[in-house]
Design a protein around this ligand. Structure first.
Ligand code: ZN
Length: 166
């Protein structure tokens, strides 16, 4: 049986807490945790090149998008979680995220046609996440309500590569 997620006070189900603790111990403390028989967690994080997660073997699905925006990958998330019986999701935003205030005009650098660059500009402008920690918290609440699972917001600090809870 899955417990009900308690969204606002950071008390999640026991399975969710265990999975987050494994993530933090493996990544932050480089703990050598034995591999798993099946996935324990689905992680959504940003595609930023500075994010390098250290995870145990067979521990987690990792889905990456700009700004850890879950909207474009939500069907994949729902499918993988349902198919494997994962009990929790982690969303990892990060410091200095370029999707907070993306400048759509950088696409002028592309050798693409003007029409295509216009499309990219409007798409990029609509993907701004503004404040990464606030956005990550909000997305976690939204997803928890939709999936019915605990969704834990975390923050990756690109300055020292540590992950903290939000
Ligand atoms: Zn980012």
């Amino acid at each position: 049986m899955r417990g009900n997620p308690v969204i606002d006070n950071h008390e999640y189900t026991q399975e969710a807490e265990q999975a987050i603790n494994v993530l933090l111990q493996s990544h932050n403390e480089k703990a050598d945790i034995p591999g798993f028989e099946g996935p324990q967690l689905a992680i959504v994080t940003c595609m930023d090149f500075r994010i390098n997660l250290r995870l145990p073997t067979n521990f987690a699905f990792v889905l990456r998008t700009g700004g850890a925006n879950t909207l474009p990958i939500e069907p994949y998330l729902a499918f993988s979680v349902a198919r494997t019986g994962i009990h929790a999701v982690a969303i990892i935003g990060h410091t200095d995220c370029a999707m907070q205030h993306p400048n759509p005009y950088v696409v002028e650098q592309l050798p693409a046609s003007n029409e295509i660059k216009r499309d990219y500009r409007s798409q990029i402008a609509s993907l701004a996440i503004l404040d990464a920690p606030e956005y990550t918290r909000r997305e976690a609440r939204r997803l928890a309500e939709r999936l019915g699972l605990p969704v834990i917001p975390l923050l990756y600090h690109v300055e020292d590569h540590k992950i903290t809870r939000l």
